[in-house]
Design a binder for this molecule. Sequence first.
Ligand SMILES: Cc1cc2nc3c(=O)[nH]c(=O)nc-3n(C[C@H](O)[C@H](O)[C@H](O)COP(=O)(O)OP(=O)(O)OC[C@H]3O[C@@H](n4cnc5c(N)ncnc54)[C@H](O)[C@@H]3O)c2cc1C
Length: 400
Amino acid sequence: METHIGIIGGGILGIALARALAFKGEHRITVLEKEATLASHQTGRNSGVVHAGLYYQPGSLKAQLCARGKALTREYCQEHALPYRELGKLVVALGDGQLGRLADMEQRAIANQVPGLARLSRDELVQIEPHVAGIAALHSPQTASVDYGAITRSMAGEVQAAGGQILLNSEVTAVKVSDQACLVSTTENTHRFDQLIVCAGLQSDVIARMVGADPSPKILPFRGEYWVMSKSSSAMVNGMIYPVPDPRFPFLGVHFTRGVYDEVHVGPNAVPALAREGYDWKTFSFKDTMESLRWPGASSLVKKYWKTGATEIGASLIKPLYLKQSKAYLPELQSADLVKKGKAGVRAQAWSKDGSLLDDFAVDQVGPVTVLRNAPSPAATSAMAIADYVLDRYPVGKAR
Ligand SMILES: Cc1cc2nc3c(=O)[nH]c(=O)nc-3n(C[C@H](O)[C@H](O)[C@H](O)COP(=O)(O)OP(=O)(O)OC[C@H]3O[C@@H](n4cnc5c(N)ncnc54)[C@H](O)[C@@H]3O)c2cc1C
């Protein structure tokens, strides 16, 4: 008998999984997405970078699936005539104090076999990005820009062509799991599935609780905001310019990214969001904020990051402070060059009860339900590889 598999979430992960299952041709697939359009959250609100694997712990899922995901994404964009620009990235050390961390990163990148990786001197780095400050850099020539929303919509077309169903405006409000089936209630209907996959991004822990999984880890929402550079000033950036990340902090730091449609974005920063889908300071959810504040790990998180947090919040609210941070890399940048705020995104980063972040991708299995529990960056790059990994290692899509 045909297995009916439900997938909660119409971001790039849910759709990549639906596509991989649809291509097997053995199952009935239904994707439930609460919004009116696909890719409305993280997938449509990110830097659009296809990462080449510089940062990740060698051997980790992030390292393995990013490398494979990058290759699959490139191939997919070529086959489907979707934009893919291999503009290359520089990770720039501003002073001697950052050279040790740059060297550590180089070792990781070598272990991860980042293609074309090169260590550059000041003279060499200005050949690639003439306006950048810095004394040394790592160059990753194959780091690329794409439109993850367009990739998701294209894959969704393939799912539908293969007979899969994608139901928009279908918010999952309750899930009842038994050995035999999953009864999934949406605002519209109740669906009966044999197996269920949860790819709900910022809501993944909420759905995880509905299916009876451990409430930990929890998603603590951190917004990333961007400024858009004016057309004339954007000529100062050829590809991507990144800081050397501080390993004590989970995010990569504000960077300059030339996207597929040629706009240059400066960001994302990292500020606490006052709602899971809080894309600006005005969006406040009492429930989400109280849940974050009551989380046992919240106090140790605040203790650890309050200084960085205060700097980030200051730069979010006061443009000259954001400019000052950005000018460290592009000294010629002026306030008028940052013309408008871009589309912000909120990261679905999972945190444990002790306030530590879950570094690697994480998947839970609860009976017939497979829950993608932690899929932050580079999960968009890795989406197609994550889909293959989940179908290979977890019971979903196999006879029970
Ligand atoms: C600021 C920022 C920059 C980033 N930059 C990059 C980058 O350059 N490169 C990269 O590889 N990654 C990047 N990422 C990470 C990347 O965007 C995510 O890892 C990826 O999009 C995760 O996809 P997803 O499908 O899991 O989540 P999402 O895209 O968030 O999709 C989850 C979906 O589930 C739906 N959903 C939630 N709850 C329900 C419910 N109850 N019922 C039905 N549907 C529901 C949501 O509406 C949503 O559409 C970035 C992320 C952010 C926030």
